[in-house]
Design a binder for this molecule. Structure first.
Ligand SMILES: [Zn+2]
Ligand SMILES: [Zn+2]
Length: 288
């Protein structure tokens, strides 16, 4: 027994929410014989749901260099340009989608739009972030002072916390002059090339040096293969949490995880530990 509806004309299977056949475009008819219109904007005309499969999204991110194809900025969302979502027939296809930032996406609206589908298609094959090997994200962390800083499960409270390795700052969290949270960080690969840089909360990723950049709500993860280079969580407005950090810096291997802070595999600070100083002081931690 099957609930599958078939096209009256070509007998193809129709998806439950389809209002037309994806193979011959024959419309379904209502009781008065008029063609049905799609009433649920979460579905295409042929019944494909808006949810994009994870592997398809990952391919779009990689091929677009993680930033908006037009300007290279993050955060982005997935834009269907060929075909538009409403005309999607069977599945979401990576090569018919591009990453666009909010402001470039705005410019695709309007009649005629400033950025049309052909332009999006052109940039999809020449993504800005790949061309410049740079995807940028001006991050914004709301002011919620006093703020607790967490590196893995190690907790700090103070005005500013700096982690130094061989005398050089690799990770700092502090208050910016405008009252928001500032983050500075540097992540290098084994060969000593910088792959991620954050300066005053403006993050820059080199697409050639990372395998994925994912932002889900208040969580932000940059990875390279199985390694999480940088994993930030701002879901609690009073805690700025570095869930994970793994980088090489001037020949040292630095890791922050729930287990603690490590340099070259050597344990530096105990997980679950805390360090509290006067809220007006800086915390400077020399590692390695
Ligand atoms: Zn058909
Ligand atoms: Zn853009």
């Amino acid at each position: 027994m099957s609930n599958t509806i078939n096209c009256t004309s070509c007998k193809s299977d129709l998806k439950p929410m389809a209002v037309a056949c994806p193979d011959c475009d024959t419309p379904l008819l209502d009781s008065s014989g008029a063609p049905l219109k799609q009433s649920d904007s979460d579905y295409s005309r042929y019944g494909v749901h808006r949810t994009i499969q994870d592997d398809v999204k990952k391919r779009v991110r990689e091929e677009c260099g993680f930033g908006c194809v037009i300007c290279g900025n993050m955060p982005t969302h997935y834009e269907h340009f060929d075909p538009p979502f409403k005309d999607l027939k069977h599945n979401h296809k990576a090569d018919g989608m591009a990453l666009l930032c909010t402001s470039c996406h705005e410019r695709t609206k309007g009649n005629p739009p400033e950025i049309d589908k052909a332009t999006v298609k052109f940039y999809r094959t020449n993504p800005d972030a790949k061309k410049k090997n740079s995807a940028k994200h001006p991050m914004f962390f709301l002011p919620r002072w006093p703020l607790t800083f967490k590196f893995g499960d190690v907790e700090f409270s103070g005005k500013r916390v700096n982690l130094y390795v061989t005398g050089q700052p690799v990770l700092s969290i502090y208050k910016l002059p405008n009252g928001t949270v500032g983050v500075d960080a540097i992540c290098q690969n084994k060969q000593g090339s910088t792959v991620v840089k954050i300066k005053e909360s403006v993050l820059e990723v080199r697409p050639s040096g990372v395998s994925d950049v994912v932002k889900v709500g208040t969580k932000f993860t940059i990875s390279n293969g199985k390694r999480k280079i940088l994993d930030l969580d701002k879901s609690n407005p009073h805690i700025m949490k570095v869930v994970g950090y793994e980088t090489y810096f001037m020949g040292n291997h630095i890791q922050i995880s729930a287990k603690g802070i490590f340099v070259n595999g050597e344990f530096q600070i105990l997980a679950g530990g805390s360090l509290q100083v006067n809220a007006t002081d800086d915390i400077n931690i020399q590692l390695g």
